[in-house]
Design a protein around this ligand. Structure first.
Ligand code: ARG
Length: 459
């Protein structure tokens, strides 16, 4: 492509070192779509005529079919997807093919291709996030009354509905969707026409190209346009954050699936056995997701580190953006898919969650609140219930087994109605502030999410 200036061919080693076709072939459809739009702008500017434009479009469509049919021969000597397609086009249709690269550089071409890729994949990830939310909602709806201890410091804290715990993940995934939607605005800007770095002396109608490719805006500075990969970094961050959320859910699932917790039973289809220990049923999907999240964060670091020292404008370092991007996109899509499938059919072992929740200490805070409602300052109430808890531990008897006289040794404010507090259902019902897990609240939240998904149009 640059034979004019050079007397010898590129060394084989340099070709092997510098090629990106082994992975950027995946951009072929976007590259072709971009070239078809560019050809329209060239025709509009009078650089090619309608016949030449038609030949280009036909040639590009044939190439697309050949790639999809597996007949296309990618050549490492042609470095990347852009040169592979352009060279095949010129071989196919001759002179008009050689005109296609007018007023265009691979720098703005690759910027366009990566944006088109990120745009499509953002939509795909957004859809999978919603599927994942729906799967968790299904599990919540299948077990509307299941109660579990809520934990802080992985120590039993207060009772919650299991559905409330699951809905926490819907909130996290909703923020992930918002981030993808927001990043989409910055992806969705058309860079073609920026040339190598300073546009072109051949004026093309950039808005026409944007319109053809369905971009609502075009970039405003050619130098920024060809070197900007902020939108890739943002997407990699968004994906990392999704990974972090799935990794936290993984940790919950791994704990829940253990004999010690025994809150959940994953289906045989979503667990693996051990080659040595016949009894094992391992939550590998969750472990892999927790493990792969490190890789997602690594990919973000890779890209940020690649960008940080680059002088303006395009530098070949930027070719290193694609492998981490493709990897993160592939992995998060798979993770969301497999997790959604696994969670939708998981079984909650309600007898186990119930017995864990019958730990009387889960209601210690409720007892303190009881005293507060009788006029005791909370700090004093806290100390009273603390002493009562110590008493319960030494006596090996729960709160419900204490007589009223026993209670009154700790505070005269205790009355016969104290036993009403010592009931899980009462405890749950009393938690009715916005965001708290009363059954009525959780029911309203479930309906809200169901309506939202039914009305969703995706990204
Ligand atoms: N394969 C290159 C990349 O991914 C395309 C742009 C090459 N531009 C250049 N001036 N060598 O970044």
């Amino acid at each position: 492509m640059w034979k004019g200036r050079f007397q010898t061919d590129t060394s084989n080693l340099v070709q092997r070192y510098g090629e990106s076709i082994s992975y950027d072939w995946r951009l072929y459809a976007y590259d072709i779509e971009g070239s078809i739009a560019h050809a329209a702008a060239l025709q509009d500017a009078g650089i090619i005529n309608k016949t030449e434009e038609r030949a280009i479009v036909r040639g590009l469509r044939e190439i697309k079919q050949e790639i999809e049919g597996g007949q296309f021969r990618f050549k490492t000597s042609l470095e990347d997807i852009h040169m592979n397609i352009e060279s095949a086009l010129t071989e196919k249709i001759g002179a008009p093919g050689a005109k296609l690269h007018t007023a265009r550089s691979r720098n703005d071409q690759v910027a366009l291709d990566v944006r088109l890729y990120c745009r499509a994949e953002s939509r795909a990830i957004f859809g999978r996030l919603e599927d994942m939310q729906s799967a968790l909602l299904t599990l919540a709806v299948n077990h509307p009354d299941a109660v579990v201890p809520g934990y802080t410091h992985l120590q039993r804290g207060q009772p919650v509905l299991f559905a409330h715990h699951l809905l926490a993940y819907l909130e996290m995934l909703e923020r992930d969707k918002e981030r993808i939607r927001d990043g989409f605005k910055r992806i969705n800007v058309m860079p073609l026409g920026s040339g190598a770095l300073a546009g072109s002396t051949i004026p093309l109608n950039r808005n026409l190209v944007a319109q053809k490719l369905d971009f609502p805006a075009i970039t405003q500075n050619s130098m920024d346009a060809i070197s900007d990969r902020d939108f890739v970094a943002e997407l990699l961050f968004d994906i990392s954050m999704i990974g972090v959320h799935l990794s936290r859910l993984s940790e919950d699932v791994i704990l829940w699936a253990s004999a010690e917790f025994g809150f959940i039973e994953l289906s045989d289809a979503h667990t693996t056995g051990s080659s040595l220990m016949p009894q094992k049923k391992n939550p590998d999907v969750a472990e892999l997701t927790r493990g792969k999240t490190g890789r997602l964060i690594g990919n973000l670091m890779t890209l940020l580190t690649t960008i940080k020292g680059l002088p303006m404008t395009y530098n070949r370092d930027l070719q290193e953006d694609k492998e981490p991007l493709f990897d993160s996109v592939d992995q998060i899509k798979l993770a969301l898919e497999v997790f959604a499938e696994m969670m939708a059919v998981a079984k909650i072992k309600e007898e186990r969650t119930l017995s864990a929740t019958s730990d009387p200490f889960l209601l210690a805070t409720d007892l303190a609140d009881y005293l507060v409602l009788k006029g005791v300052p909370f700090r004093d109430a806290h100390e009273i219930i603390g002493k009562l808890t110590a008493h319960s531990i030494t006596e090996k008897r729960g709160f419900a087994e204490f007589g009223l006289d026993e209670y009154q040794q700790y505070s005269k404010k205790f009355e016969g109605d104290v036993y009403r507090v010592l009931d899980i259902q009462t405890a749950l019902k009393a938690r009715k502030a916005v965001g708290a897990p009363s059954p009525a609240n959780v029911g309203r939240q479930i309906t809200k999410w169901q309506k939202r998904f039914a009305a969703s149009k995706g990204l």
